[in-house]
Design a protein around this ligand. Structure first.
Ligand SMILES: *[C@@H]1O[C@H](CO)[C@@H](O)[C@H](O)[C@H]1NC(C)=O
Ligand SMILES: *[C@@H]1O[C@H](CO)[C@@H](O)[C@H](O)[C@H]1NC(C)=O
Length: 204
């Protein structure tokens, strides 16, 4: 069901990719717009045609980000269906900070480690936990087509991670990060979640 919601939304977004801009008098997108605004919850879908990860959804668990994760085991608030949702919900701020969406508590925050050790490691911190030593927390941005980038870079996914999932990295110029092999580059497309976004604490 969730897969269908996100797939339909991404196709609707593709169909609207022509000059269909909200009014300039407000920063809030018109109701018909599919552009994701700062603070709006969204899912992320991998685009890499003719591959096992085309249209795969981004999941969050164990302080890392994955594609095709069968179970995130997140703890979710108010009626959301934690164990059934197999994708993570994100928000981005105007300042380029990326969070895992949570309505009340301190949301978990994404970081990227582009150091020689990190090789593009994409992870998240929980609560008041500071970013790791070489972790960068800003420079995430969504373009007008909801294409997510980090400081202008796209993403890489590597197979054979936990539960058969693919681990997700930022493209820091290392094509096989973390000692992996058979990794693939991908674009990350944000797909707006109109209502009933899952508000969750993901495992750390
Ligand atoms: C989720 O829990 C199941 C059952 O305990 C476990 O097999 C699986 O590895 C867990 N997934 C993650 C991503 O931690
Ligand atoms: C999406 O963003 C990535 C990283 O900036 C870029 O390489 C790619 O060309 C963009 N894709 C589209 C369709 O704009």
């Amino acid at each position: 069901m969730y897969t269908n919601v996100l797939s339909l939304a991404v196709f609707a977004g593709a169909a609207m990719a022509s000059p269909c801009k909200p009014s300039a008098t407000t920063s809030v997108p018109a109701p018909s717009s599919t552009a994701v605004a700062p603070g709006e919850p969204f899912g992320l879908m991998a685009l890499r045609s003719a591959s096992p990860i085309h249209f795969a959804q981004f999941g969050a668990a164990q302080s890392s980000i994955f594609l095709n994760l069968p179970a995130q085991n997140a703890t979710c608030d108010d009626g959301t269906k934690p164990t059934e949702a197999n994708y993570a919900t994100f928000t981005v701020t105007e300042d380029g900070e990326l969070y895992l969406f949570r309505r009340s508590a301190t949301p978990q925050q994404l970081y990227v480690d582009r150091s020689g050790m990190g090789q593009g490691k994409l992870g998240y911190t929980t609560g008041a936990q500071p970013a790791p030593r070489n972790g960068e927390r800003t420079a995430f941005s969504l373009d007008e087509n909801n294409n997510l980038s980090f400081n202008g870079a796209g993403f890489i996914a590597c197979p054979n991670s936990i539960d058969g999932a693919w681990s997700v990295w930022v493209d820091a110029g290392v094509s096989s990060p973390g000692g992996n092999s058979d990794c693939l580059g991908l674009n990350a497309r944000a797909v707006k979640i109109a209502d009933a976004a899952n508000s969750c604490l993901y495992t750390s």
